[in-house]
Design a protein around this ligand. Structure first.
Ligand code: IPE
Ligand code: MG
Length: 217
């Protein structure tokens, strides 16, 4: 979900206002994806590298997270979306950690759609942790499938489509293991402006991709 800061700057607003608009965009897209029947939506909300940002911006993002989780808890029964958090929650405040765990536990009964929120997430960090989990289990025989099951998402399917808004054309440490055969869609649209019509466009582009997985097709 990239481009919040630039969106705010264009309007002469503080970066946190961009993050707030970004949170609104996320809520809208999560609801719309669910309506479209998307089974898994994974969003990159905060990376292991984002801690380098100025303290007031990090604090602003944390406050928005808390607001989002409280709202999600309140709307659980209406939305019926399962919420999972990918990432190590240890550096977050106890309050935020509790909210995350409560969201995950209380939404785990819903099976019609899952939103994965990547918090303090890094793709390389995820792979290193997977290796550590594997080692902790005594290094059982490995396959790609088995190793994949040590990722935050367990054995959920790999993403079919990866969308990066905000104009940059890089992966920035997102789902490195899982994106091996994902289709990539880049757009200059800044995340707070990414709406239902933009998601339709991305899905339409995806429909025209030919997926060969290394075969001749
Ligand atoms: C993405 O928007 C939000 C987070 C990383 C939390 P940015 O804050 O990276 O926005 P730009 O790239 O500066 O416009
Ligand atoms: Mg950015």
């Amino acid at each position: 979900m990239d481009g919040n800061g630039r969106w705010a700057k264009k309007r002469g607003l503080p970066r946190t206002a961009g993050h707030s608009a970004g949170a609104d965009a996320f809520r809208k897209i999560a609801r719309y994806s669910h309506k479209l029947g998307v089974q898994y939506l994974t969003v990159y909300a905060f990376s292991t590298e984002n801690w380098k940002r100025p303290a007031d911006e990090v604090a602003g993002i944390m406050a928005l997270l808390e607001k989002y989780l409280l709202q999600a808890l309140r709307d659980l029964e209406k939305e019926k979306i399962r919420i999972c958090i990918f990432g190590d929650l240890a550096p977050f405040t106890p309050r935020l950690q509790t909210l995350c765990r409560e969201c995950m536990e209380r939404s785990s009964i819903y099976t019609g759609g899952q939103v994965n929120i990547c918090l303090n997430y890094g793709g390389r960090d995820e792979i290193v942790r997977a290796a550590q989990k594997w080692a902790a289990e005594g290094c059982p025989a490995l396959s790609e499938e088995r190793f994949g099951s040590y990722m935050w998402g367990g054995s959920i399917p790999d993403p079919d489509l990866l969308i990066r808004p905000g104009g940059e054309m890089r992966i920035s440490n997102f789902l490195l293991w899982e994106c091996a055969y994902s289709e990539f869609y880049f757009t200059d649209v800044l995340w707070p402006d990414f709406d239902e019509a933009e998601l339709d466009k991305a899905i339409e582009a995806f429909r025209h991709r030919q997926r060969r997985y290394g075969d001749v097709g």
